[in-house]
Design a binder for this molecule. Sequence first.
Ligand code: CMP
Length: 482
Amino acid sequence: MAAARMELHPRGRGHSESNLFLAGSTARSIATPSPSAPHYFPYPPPSTHPISAWSVCTSILGWFCLKFLGVFLTLAAYKLAKIKLIWLENRNKIITIVCNLSVFAAKLDGVKTYMRMRRVPTPLQVKVIKWFDYLWLTQKCSDEEKAVSCLPDKLKAEIAINVHLDTLKRVEIFQNTEAGFLCELVLRLRPVLFSPGDYICRKGEVGKEMYIVNRGRLQVVADNGRTVLATLKAGSYFGEISILNMGTAGNRRTASVRSVGYSDLFVLSKKDMWDVLKEYPAARVRLEAIAVKRLEKYKRAPLQKAAMGRSQSTPGLVETRGRVPLETMWVSPLDPVIRGTSSLGPPFSTNSIFSPTLSPLSRSMVRTTESALSVMSSGHSSGDESRHKRPAPTTSASSKLCSKQRETRNLLASVGKFCSLLLPRMRAKEPNWMSFRNCHLINVYSFSKKFSRKRNRPEQVEIPTVPTSILADIASNLRGIC
Ligand SMILES: Nc1ncnc2c1ncn2[C@@H]1O[C@@H]2COP(=O)(O)O[C@H]2[C@H]1O
């Protein structure tokens, strides 16, 4: 047939390209015969009716669909059965979640409406809504405390310890402590949530709470708000310095702490802390010792050295200037104030004007001081006594002071002398005495120096700058006494 066709070609006999062309076109014409083309085959061509191909396709498709439908129905039935089982098993839980969600949504709606009504700035609105999101996502929306409020304290503490065990295990103050102490504290912990950029506390504020980081990251920042002094992670705690009244400024915050992202903290109020510590004096000593160590560490922070005056960063300033003629100050070992028989009332150990009670640590320090004082006084104070014992100039202003004020002033003056004499010596002899610098006496010491200046005794001391926060604190405490 190809030969016959080749013969019909007008130009191509013997021409190889034309032959190839013809062979191709012939093959094509066999595969797809055109109705007009002549039939060279002896048999009729196979049936190529489009309906039959369609029917084959649809039947195959139908078969697959049926198969899939069967599988789908089986799976759906299985899923439904599973859902029903889950529902039956967790009915109460699901109902609670739905209720929580509706309560939560209602709360959020309320807040949104309020913000819209009050024209709260949009960024703040977004922040609040995001906070709600986070709350819901971390499932902190349900009032966990309420859920277990009906349980007895012991069980509640056990649950709380178990729930928060991972966090609590990482907290230094809770390691190797009495079980009772941990229970008492855990029962008083309150969860709180902070948004990104929130300040948990600011430097100089009065400290009323301490915090334990459960989740998230926080930064201890310097005064400029940019320099990061430390980063706190889960298991860290902060805010203890001011609630233990151990900082330079008594009960004031020593630094600002900011939340980096969302942070999930536990709060412990000052009152709760003191209540528990009253019952567990050993824990108090430990906590204070840790705080002292931390304070020392903070003081070594490069920023504080570089940018902050020591007067702001450490109580050490008062005795590090080196211009105070310490030996010229007279301290009587029999001073009624130091010996705890002040006419102001209770003995010295319970007469600390900066905290409700003096801690066992401070008390032991005072005891050590007394003994050291008597040793020193037996050594060289008699000579000094004659040299330095001179009556304080009684000015008309001081005579006008009421008797309590005068006593307070004497107390301050004595304690100031007492500190100034002992601190440098004790620091050299006994490392534990470093902690003494952090107790409230140092504030009194600074204050007493201020007094000395007021009384125009320049020969006695060159007065260092006392942070105004200390003075404010002292003034408020003094007001309480007088
Ligand atoms: N340099 C520092 N590094 C880590 N934590 C600090 C530093 N300075 C202060 N803090 C903590 O930040 C807290 C701020 O409040 P407080 O002074 O009560 O207690 C402080 C410490 O717990």
